[in-house]
Write a protein that binds this ligand. Structure first.
Ligand SMILES: [Zn+2]
Length: 257
């Protein structure tokens, strides 16, 4: 294997023995890659302060011996995003997004648009200007589109009536069927997610087009609560696994308005 040289976001790290780390990167050029970082724990100088979660680094890796993992040779910080790691809710959101990416991506499949998206929300989270919840809605709606799981938000998935023609203004969500359903077809459930028409429009706007502009879309507290409740059940269902980090995120955030 020719050496891998690319920018990459650190998604996951775990100990390997007393000295080494196994690190999973989302690389710009080759998608998800898991590497051995030798002596990363033992030596203060080797990768010191570089292998922090959610940071973007320039890495060089070479193939390991026989069938072992490729070995991380060099890593230089590009964007530390250090302000993410100072607040528990920021860590929780970044962990949730990283876990979704890790769950969905296959090894060594390039995902340029998703890379740009994750980098964008991490940068915004680090700067602390845009609300964490809006970033999470943006990230999840676009991840659904990129992964081919965009929800149907245009018509009732059962009777096919268009959203504009549905009364009242609130629709239910049929997660397994992949989208919304009118309350005539899907009786309201107190625990299940539901979406009002205004929130549905905002979800459609935020899923497409220019990233900086979509980031500035304003949500009312009710809309953001509906959107998060909907996405945090829809996304794990369609990506096929309940992320462990979602429980932590919900605990830290407390109840939605
Ligand atoms: Zn219907």
């Amino acid at each position: 294997m020719t050496p891998l040289a690319t920018s990459a976001i650190l998604l996951r790290r775990r100990d390997y023995g007393d000295y080494d780390l196994i690190v999973t990167f989302f690389t710009q050029s080759q998608g998800k890659v898991t590497l051995m970082a030798k002596a990363a724990k033992k030596s203060a100088r080797r990768f010191a302060g570089v292998l922090e979660l959610f940071s973007e680094v320039d890495i060089i890796a070479t193939s390991g011996r026989r069938s072992g993992l490729p070995v991380l040779q060099e890593a230089a910080l590009k964007h530390p995003f250090a302000q993410i790691r100072v607040l528990p809710t920021r860590i929780a959101y970044a962990s949730y997004w990283s876990e979704l990416v890790d769950v969905w991506m296959e090894d060594r499949v390039t995902q340029t648009e998703l890379y740009r998206l994750l980098l964008h929300v991490l940068r915004e989270l680090d700067q602390g200007v845009t609300s964490e919840a809006v970033l999470s809605v943006l990230f999840q709606m676009r991840l659904l589109r990129i992964s081919g799981h965009s929800p149907n938000l245009k018509l009732c998935g059962i009777c096919r009536k268009a959203v504009d023609a549905v009364r009242p203004n609130v629709l239910g969500v049929d997660v397994a069927k992949g989208g919304i359903a009118c309350l005539g077809c899907l009786p309201p459930s107190p625990d299940g997610p539901h979406l009002s028409k205004g929130t549905i429009k905002q979800l459609q706007w935020i899923a497409d087009g220019d990233l900086p502009r979509a980031t500035r879309i304003r949500f009312s507290p009710v809309a953001i609560s509906e959107a998060l409740r909907f996405l945090e059940s829809f996304v794990p269902y369609h990506l096929g696994r309940q992320p462990r980090s979602l429980g932590v995120l919900r605990q830290l955030r407390g109840s939605l308005p």
